[in-house]
Design a protein around this ligand. Sequence first.
Ligand code: BDR
Ligand code: CA
Length: 348
Amino acid sequence: MTSPTAPVFADVDTGVDDAMALAYLLASPEAELVGIAATAGNVPVQQVCANNLGLLELCGVAGIPVSKGAEQPLHTPLRTAEDTHGPQGLGYAQLPATDRLLTAHDAAEAWVRAARAYPGELIGLATGPLTNLALAMRAEPTLPKLLRRLVIMGGAFDYRGNTTPVSEWNISVDPESAAEVFGGWGAAWGLDDPTHVPIVLGLNLTENIAMTPALLNRLAVAAGSPSAPMSVLDERGTRSTAANPLIRVLEDAMRFYFEFHFDTGDGYLAHLHDPLAAAVALDPELVSCRETTVDVELSGTLTRGMTVADWRGHWGRQPNALIGDRVDPAVFFDRFIDRVGVFARELG
Ligand code: BDR
Ligand code: CA
């Protein structure tokens, strides 16, 4: 029997925009978040676990298992991004204390259990390095066939990187796991159904999704918790005075993210990479995509972690990805603000 809501499993390295993505999933009536995997990435995996548990506490949601992933990428030491996401991964935000516990099994096993529990139904979302997913596919090579859909935020296609000149963060942190996922995906399907490939949203697409103080203010208003819009002129680290607890956390997190983007020359805004991926996981029609074969550069001295798309079929290999190439940011933001606004209002 199919569920009335779509089961979703999210693998995250929370992270400011990962937190926004989780809020979107929790706020979406057609989705049932059945599990969260914590991946080491923006911050160490223990901190990612704490952020996921604290966020569930803040949102008053019970019964969503959180599983700890590997502490390190497959072959290389972990790099983290506190400069981008703050010392604990959520900018200036403080999450409530919680006595919630992690699952006894790890994140790779959580992927496999969820996929087996909902064969053909589960929507997978990966918004961090692909370490857990690669380990899950080692344990269950037919995982791609068990999933209804997989959406990955990662890579940069015909576009500059944000971590090296050519590589995007999630892929750059653990290129070997990304290569295994793209390779294993093709192998699992063979010639059966080469159309069932992951939707991959790279920086070329996700950097169109620019959260601004005005949009964040619209969210606060939608939640019934208006406050003065943030400004680049505000003292750094100014804390939110929003009455609504979720809006307060999101504003405190976003302020740090705005400041980071400002310092890197993007302006006083922030790219919501992971929330776009969450929205596409629930509704692929939000983006248009082009099918291709993707591989990850592992050995280039200047290009390690680069995602290479074989648009013209030089390799003669099966397609293994649908690369997002167009999105209407206004449609995304209307949906994000409507949903998260209503959800926050109910909490407040
Ligand atoms: C990705 O890197 C992380 O810092 C963000 O959370 C996002 O998943 C963007 O490159
Ligand atoms: Ca992320």
